[in-house]
Design a protein around this ligand. Sequence first.
Ligand code: NDP
Length: 452
Amino acid sequence: MTFDHDLFVIGGGSGGVRAARIAASEGKARVALAEEYRMGGTCVIRGCVPKKLMVYASEYPGLIEDARAYGWKVADGSFDWGHFRAALDKELNRLEAAYRGGLTNAGVTIHDQRARVVDAHTVELADGQRFRAKHILIATGGRPFVPHFPGSDLAVTSNEIFRMDALPSRVLVVGGGYIASEFACILNGLGVNVTQSYRSEQILRGFDDECRSHIADAMRASGIDIRLHSIVTGLRKTGTGILASFAEGHEAEYDLVLYATGRVPNSDGLGLEEAGVRLGARGEITVDDHSQTSVPSIFAVGDVTDRINLTPVAIREGHAFADTVFKGQPRQADHDLVASAVFTQPEFGTVGLSEEAARAQEPIEVYTARFRPMQTLFAGREDRVLMKLVVSQSSRKVLGCHIVGPAAGEMIQLAAIAVKMGATKEDFDRTVAVHPTMSEELVTMRTPTRRD
Ligand code: NDP
C-alpha cells in the first residue's frame, strides 16, 4: 500500500503539534497536520495562555494597594480592557506564528481546514482533498459544555470571554471547577462585581477539602459572592441585562453570564465511529496506554481522550506516541502524580493525594502550616498561606503536597519532583530551609496536625 504521508494529524493544539514535530524532525516521517481554527489550540488561543495573562492583569490593583503600604505614592488607576485585548491579540498572534513556524521548520505540511477520517488510512479535508496516511493521530481537544435550559443560549463560555468588547459590571459565573473559580477571581480582580453559583457543597470538588475551604473563604473575603447549593433554572434578556432565575427562588440581573460547567471531547463529525474507532460514553476516544485506538493505525492524544485534561499531559502523550511509532522507542505517557495549579486568587498548587483520598487508602499523618506571608503582612493584608503535607504512616512517603498562596504554581512544580521521586517526610526535613521564603515552611513542619 502506498501512502501520501507517514502521519496525518488532525488538530493543531498542544498534543497534535508536539507529535507532528517530533515525528517529522526526529522520526524523519512525512507528516501533515490539519487545523480548522488557529494553530496552538485551546491552551494557546483560548485557554491557559490568555487566562494567565488575565490573571496577571487582575492582580495589579492589589499590588498597587500594597505598593502604597510600602511607601510608594501611587495614584488610583483604571483598567482599559481595549488596551489589554489589543496587547493580548498581538501576543496570541506571536505565539500562533511560533507554533506554525515550529511545524514548518520540522517539515510538516499544514492544512488550514477541517479534516475527517474516512477509513483506517484515509483523511478527507473540507475542500474534498483526500490523503492516504500510514498513521492518523486525532488531537482535536475538547470544547465547553453548557447544559440545556431556558435561555441557555444567552450564556457565554471561556471561548468567548477573551473576545468581550467591553468589561461587564456584573457577572454571574456558573460552575465550581478550575475555569469557573479562576474566572471568578480574574473578573473580581478587574473590578467586576462577581457572583459564583455552584450546585453542590463546596467549589473545586475533587481537590483537598481543607484547601477548597481555604480558597473559598479567601475568595469571599476578596469580594466574590459564592453561592453554594445554587442552581440556575433560566436566563432571560431584559432591557438592561440578563435576568437569571435560581431554583432557590430568587432572580438577579447580570451583564454577562459565564458558564464553566465542564468540557466535552471534540469527537463529533470526525467520521470516527464509521471508521471503527470506539468512543466512550462522553464521546471520548477510547485508547490504550500507547494512545492507540480500536483501529490500530489510528491514535489519539489530549483532551479528546479525556484522561487527564491538562496541556502538559497532552504534550507528553503526543511525544510518547511519536517516540513509539516513529523513533522505535516505545514509551508511555506517565499519568501518575501529575501536579497542577489552579490560578485562583489565592493560587493553588497540588500534587498527589488529597487528605481524604489518602486516608481512604491507609493511615496517614497530616502536617499543615497556616501563616500570613511577610510581603502582604507588611502591607496590612489578612491573606494567609496554607501548606500541607499528607504523609503515609508506614512508608513515610509524602503522598500529597498542597499549597495555597502566592506563587503556589511555581512552588508545586519543584515540590512535585520530590514527591514523584518518592521523597519521605524525613527527606523534606533533612533539606535545609531557604530563608526568608514562604516555601521554607515545607521543610520545617515538625508536629503532625492530625494522625489517623
Ligand atoms: P470541571 O470539570 O473542572 O468543572 C465543571 C464544574 O461545573 C463543576 O463544578 C461541576 O459541578 C459543574 N457542572 C457540571 N455540569 C453542570 C451542570 N449541568 N449544571 C451546573 N453545574 C455543572 O470543568 P472546567 O470547565 O472548569 O474545566 C475543564 C477542564 O479543563 C478541567 O478539568 C481541567 O482539566 C482543565 N483546566 C485546567 C486548568 C488549570 O490547569 N489551571 C484551568 C482550566 C481548565 P460538580 O463539581 O458538582 O460536578
